[in-house]
Design a protein around this ligand. Sequence first.
Ligand code: 13P
Length: 261
Amino acid sequence: MNRFKRPVVIAGNWKMYKTNEEAVEFVEDLIPLIEAASSTVYLAVPYTAISLVASQCLGTKIILGAQNMNDHREGAFTGEISGSMLKQAGAQFVILGHSERRQLFHETNEFVNRKVKMALEIGLKPIVCIGETSAEREDGHTIKVLTSQLKHSLAGLNEEQMAQVMLAYEPIWAIGTQQAAMPSVAEEIHFFCRRYLANQYGTGTAEKVLILYGGSVKPDNAGLLLEQNNVDGFLIGTASLSVDSFGEIVNLSKGPLKTKT
Ligand code: 13P
């Protein structure tokens, strides 16, 4: 693949952690810590904290987002939240198809696909998560599973829409296990994803799409992972809950954009 410059994105996914008070305190502490970083910082906070934290983040390098949304514009869907509600509250992106949503709430690729389309319509940047279980990896089905997730979660998008999407490769065996993928494994899969995108949407689009890695990213393993050509940043769970560890990872990337080959 041609040399291409992509920005580095460090995204935090707080999952179901942090009250409003904790969220505000975290962001207050984080802002001065990451002033010199060259990466873009994404923070997916609980719905309840979005509007509060959005005003805090104005004029900073933090881009705020949500962890899920419904696939409808509005309607009688008790307990659900729409993309336009999130956008109006201050979200600029949304995580879709996280493995916890897929496994615990039975979200299918088709459901994720409808949400991706709705998010794009509304103007929220989707971060689409894919990843295999340890059993699927052990059985040699990783590429088959990922291909199916990519094909069906991204079905019907044109090149322009695809260029708005970010992918997150989050192997389920690495989430919350302290066992991040080896840098070479992450690179192999990210390279596969980029080749898939190149085949489907053309090389130009494939080179624009950021592919984040997620699963037990910590300050001590983030550096080597980030050195991989096709690892454009991270989607971080546990380590995004502490200002120190999250700030440390964000600050790994200082200076000009990383040059990719
Ligand atoms: P951990 O960083 O806790 O492994 O979680 C990863 C994740 O699920 C981010 O979306």
